[in-house]
Design a protein around this ligand. Structure first.
Ligand code: ATP
Length: 350
């Protein structure tokens, strides 16, 4: 039996209640929080009993409408604010038990943050902005500038390194924000609505860019958004929040196909299945004696991205895993069924 790897982030019954009596009331409740009496006592519920894990290389997208508690949850896990109750472990270490020095250390070396507001210093150049956190860690000016330049190239801003933030577009400024947070090579990346201030076209470009970066960097990511489409595009798993409660935490496909609550279902109505189903979830059995098409598709590819190529093939298309091993087949008829079949009539394998 394989032992599951230790999660990078683990939250156990995390509460954040704003208000003077919050801690006392939570203690008195013996773990059974009465939302109504908290509200009556003038408290505001930020996060209500959140428990989940995030594993290495996973992108968990926290999605919810304004005021649902997304930022508060992220701020608890990055310990920008103190939780009212519960436990948080980072790589197995008790985050809430850390002293100020340990916290500075973990924030500087393990965590990276990107905010909607870009948070760039206006009188410093792109390169200087990116080099700042490195210099805060004690790196020499020369070395930090060299490393900052690597980051400029990574986020494809080559040529803009000596510009000031005001000379850049919103999308470019956010690239600087991303480069700055990546410069220190964080294992855990917190992004709070990083693309919300960007117009829709640039936003989509940035999402693609972000997926490209993540596929090579393999960070453990907590990404906050109020945009369900963005969550579907980016997430390995999505946590949907309402009034501080995580209503459902699951893969995009399962959220769309099996919404756990009426609230979640409201977001998922009308989402085309081909946008969330992967080839793996709809493939059929591979028959080694069958004649196959020359093209192959990855088991992780979303059906929408391969539909056109499969539909132009007469023969079945092999579905391959990361080691190029054939794990199943896709037929035109299966893809047609996903694209045009009855909603929810498609069996899902995982
Ligand atoms: N410092 C604070 N003091 C009191 N209440 C707060 C504080 N910060 C957040 N809240 C409340 O906690 C709840 C959750 O807020 P939070 O900012 O986490 O929501 P959000 O989902 O991130 O919203 P948005 O998308 O608008 O940023 C809201 O009711 C908010 O008013």
């Amino acid at each position: 039996m394989s032992i599951p790897a230790q999660p990078v982030i683990k939250c156990e019954s995390v509460y954040k209640i704003f208000g003077d009596n919050a801690v006392k009331m939570l203690k008195q409740s013996g773990g059974k929080v009465d939302t109504a009496s908290l509200l009556e006592a003038g408290c505001v519920i930020g996060v209500n009993n959140a428990s989940f894990e995030v594993h290495k290389g996973e992108m968990l997208v926290v999605m919810g409408l304004s005021g649902s508690g997304k930022s508060t949850l992220l701020r608890c896990i990055s310990r920008l604010i103190d939780t009212t109750a519960g436990d948080i472990f980072i790589d197995g270490e008790d985050l809430l038990a850390m002293n100020a020095k340990e916290l500075i250390n973990i924030r500087r070396n393990k965590m990276g943050m990107v905010f909607q507001s870009f948070a760039l210093l206006p009188h410093k150049t792109v390169l200087e902005n990116i080099a700042l956190p490195l210099q805060a860690k004690g790196m020499s000016t020369n070395d930090s500038m060299d490393r900052a330049m690597d980051m400029v190239n990574l986020v494809e801003l080559t040529g803009c390194e000596n510009d000031f933030p005001r000379q850049l577009s919103g999308g470019q400024q956010q690239r600087v924000g991303i480069a700055r947070s990546l410069a220190v090579e964080p294992d855990i990346w917190f992004l709070d609505e990083p693309f919300s201030a960007l117009d829709p076209l640039i936003r989509r470009e940035m999402q693609d860019e972000f997926l490209r970066l993540q596929s090579s960097l393999n960070k453990t990511i907590l990404f906050v958004t109020h945009d369900f489409d963005e969550a579907l595009r980016l997430a390995d798993r999505i946590a949907i929040m309402k009034d501080g409660v995580i209503e459902q935490i699951d893969t995009p496909a399962n959220i769309v196909l099996n919404p756990a609550t009426e609230y979640v279902a409201k977001f998922t109505r009308g989402v085309p299945r081909e946008r969330v189903l992967s080839c793996q979830t709809i493939m059929g059995k591979y028959d080694a004696s069958a004649e196959m098409s020359d093209i192959t598709v990855s088991e992780d590819a979303i059906v929408e991205t391969v539909a056109e190529s499969v539909l132009t093939e007469q023969k079945p298309v092999a579905v391959i895993d990361a080691e190029n091993k054939i794990v199943g087949v896709l037929n035109r008829s299966t893809v047609i069924h996903v694209l045009f079949g009855e909603a929810n009539s498609m069996p899902v394998n995982n």
